[in-house]
Ligand binder design. Structure first.
Ligand code: ASP
Ligand code: MG
Length: 434
């Protein structure tokens, strides 16, 4: 049994849906396949905007936003299905009617709860469309609601998975189903939503933005999949972001541990939570290109032999660097450190890099419009502070001297930290235009 995950970019229009169907057809051979799908294109962003309009009670803008999302899906469906009498149009009408029904009620006070009710529509309709299209193309499949498979707490917008309940639900519903072949004697094909879960009481939850990779890993884990494949618009894992970096190299094979490290430092190709469940059962994860499905892509498994072969570069922009000096000239020791960390934890600010000397502590973190000033106000209660913003944090895994010189190109280094495998520097932005 294998799990395939397709992201929003892979189903952004009718031609892309057809491409996904072709990939599924070409790979659905001798064993069952579970497909985990995201919302189409940028639908989740559009639904987030709709949700904000709903909460602010801006009726007219909200209705327009709703109509746009609905008509985007109808346009795709009209290209995929033969005529207006096809049952999919009625199915979509019902799904959007439910969304419309939600947003015509006045909003409750719990933003996160409303968010999950509204934003989940994206994955519900994308999977309904793909399932119907595959059926028309002769690929029998069964659509499952992820709310009944992935059981979570009521932490709306960032729900925590109840692993025991989830494994039980998945095994109860999917395992017996996957065991027998379909009517045509072919291994089963399951379609379900990424990103979504449900509470035991039946409320829809979401697992955090970009959470569909994680959904695929959860299903892979519970079903003891032989592999999980994430289909993306890049050829696989690259050693840098191609939007920033010209000469990227494909990482053909890295270990789970290395992939976790890369995700931790800010590489965005795989959702970080995805890797743990897979590594615990040693399930290989492949990252492949949906535009060039014939290419091998990247393989993540327990082989760490190649981890140090290629340096990887991770850039984080909009960084703040803060220096703290105890007002009473006391040393930076456990008491001062615990005060500092308590402030960061209370404001939910994650430190990307930190250092201390006898009487100063410095930390680098992402700028946030509301969190940063609130945190600074609290830090200033106990410390003299200095800070700089608009900085870059560059992380190089498996660095060499020449790679660093090339990156820094004479820019001022404001903070630097090296371990055997990883170099991190905070630098002012490059304004040279080179
Ligand atoms: N559709 C969700 C998002 O855009 C989940 C995902 O794509 O992974 O965040
Ligand atoms: Mg996505």
């Amino acid at each position: 049994m294998r799990v395939f995950k397709f992201g929003g970019a892979s189903v952004k229009d009718a031609a892309s849906v057809k491409n996904v169907a072709k990939i599924i057809q070409n790979h659905h051979g001798t064993d069952p396949l579970v497909i985990v799908l995201s919302a189409m294109g940028k639908t989740t962003n559009a639904l987030e905007r709709l949700c904000a309009l709903y909460m602010s009670d801006d009726r007219e803008a909200m209705t327009n936003a709703f109509e746009n999302i609905k008509s985007m899906h109808a346009t795709i469906a009209r290209e995929l299905f033969p005529g207006p009498s096809h049952p999919i149009f009625n199915t979509l009408e019902q799904a959007f009617y439910q969304l419309y029904y939600y947003i015509t009620e006045s909003p409750g006070g719990d933003y996160n709860y409303e968010y999950d009710r509204i934003v989940s529509t994206g994955e519900m309709v994308s999977t309904l469309i793909l399932s119907a299209y595959l059926k028309d193309a002769g690929l029998d499949n069964q659509w499952f609601a992820a709310q009944k498979l992935i059981i979570t707490d009521a932490g709306f917008r960032d729900a925590k998975v109840d692993w025991i309940a989830t494994s039980r639900k998945i095994k109860e519903q999917l395992t017996p189903f996957l065991k027998n072949n379909d009517k045509k004697g072919k291994p089963q094909l399951v379609i379900t939503q990424g990103f979504l879960g449900g509470t035991p009481q039946g409320f829809t939850t979401t697992l955090g933005r970009e959470g569909s990779d994680y959904s695929a890993a959860i299903l892979g884990y519970a079903l003891n999949a032989s592999e999980v494949v994430i289909w993306k618009d890049v050829p696989g894992l690259l050693n840098g972001d191609p939007k920033i970096f010209r000469n990227t190299v494909l990482l053909e094979n890295i270990s789970y541990q290395e992939a976790i490290e890369l995700a931790y430092y800010g590489a965005t190709v795989i959702h970080p939570k995805t890797l743990k469940p897979l590594s615990s059962k040693n399930i290989p994860l492949k990252v492949k290109s949906f535009t060039q499905p014939g290419l091998p892509g990247s393989l993540i498994n327990d082989n760490d032999q190649n981890d140090d072969q290629i340096p990887s570069y991770i850039f984080k922009f909009n960084q703040v660097l803060v220096w703290l000096y105890p007002e009473d000239f006391s040393f930076i020791a456990e008491d001062n450190l615990s005060r500092i960390f308590a402030d960061f934890a209370r404001h939910g600010v994650k430190i990307n890099l930190m250092q201390h000397t006898a009487i100063s502590f410095s930390a680098c973190f992402d700028t946030d419009k509301t969190k940063t000033p609130a945190l600074m106000r609290d830090l200033e209660k106990n410390f003299n502070t200095k800070h700089m913003s608009g900085l870059e944090l560059i992380t190089v895994r498996h660095y060499t001297r020449s790679t660093i010189d090339e990156l820094i190109r004479g820019r001022e280094i404001l903070m630097e930290q090296k371990s055997r495998t990883t170099l991190q520097v905070v630098v002012a932005p490059d304004l040279s235009g080179k």
